[in-house]
Design a protein around this ligand. Structure first.
Ligand code: ADP
Length: 167
């Protein structure tokens, strides 16, 4: 689908790995837009080295979203607004967790708006049960062998146990 036959939005992130909090935002955003493109950041600048490669992160997102008909996923390593333009998107979608995300997102909003005034950023509030869920927390929990099955999709839980579990 292109911008000419529907409203396209990009939902960016490092997805290292995708959690049920990300999925909640993706499912809700997919009901608002005609096409939602999940942009997996190849090498996030804001974060230390990723645990999973871009290809692994892409595969987890693909498997977790396979039931959603209007969602596509792609790895990108350009400026976010350039990627959005390439995909014909008129909006970026971000999830906002309790307080912590606001300051960073406010700053990014000013920058992206300066670079691309024609692309609007839309924020969805995190659902209460996922308000404190972040990929780094899940990785920490997995390291110590605690249950993560209600925090991430099954394919991710298995991969985290393989990669991080201390047996
Ligand atoms: P994280 O901060 O968990 O490492 P990303 O960098 O992949 O995640 O974030 C991608 C987007 O998903 C951001 O807009 C972030 O605010 C949002 N997000 C991440 N986790 C959640 C959650 N539990 N609920 C709502 N939004 C979330």
């Amino acid at each position: 689908m292109t911008a000419t036959n529907g409203r396209v939005a990009v939902c960016p992130g490092s997805y290292d790995p995708i959690t049920n909090g990300h999925l909640d935002i993706i499912e809700r955003a997919s009901r608002v837009f005609d096409l939602l493109v999940i942009g997996v950041v190849n090498e996030p600048i804001r974060k230390q080295r990723t645990l999973f490669s871009a290809e692994e992160r892409l595969q987890f997102v693909l498997q977790a979203t396979e039931k959603l008909g209007n969602v596509e996923t792609e790895v990108f390593d350009t400026l976010l607004v350039d990627f959005a333009r390439k995909r014909g998107a008129t909006a970026l979608v971000k999830g906002l967790r309790a307080i912590s995300d606001f300051e960073y997102e406010f700053e990014m909003n000013q920058l992206n708006r300066k670079l691309a005034p024609d692309i609007e950023t839309v924020y969805l509030m995190a659902s209460p049960q996922y308000s404190f869920l972040r990929s780094s927390g899940v990785k920490e929990i997995a390291t110590f062998g605690a249950a993560i099955s209600d925090l991430v999709p099954p394919v991710v839980a298995e991969a985290l146990q393989d990669r991080l579990g201390r047996s």
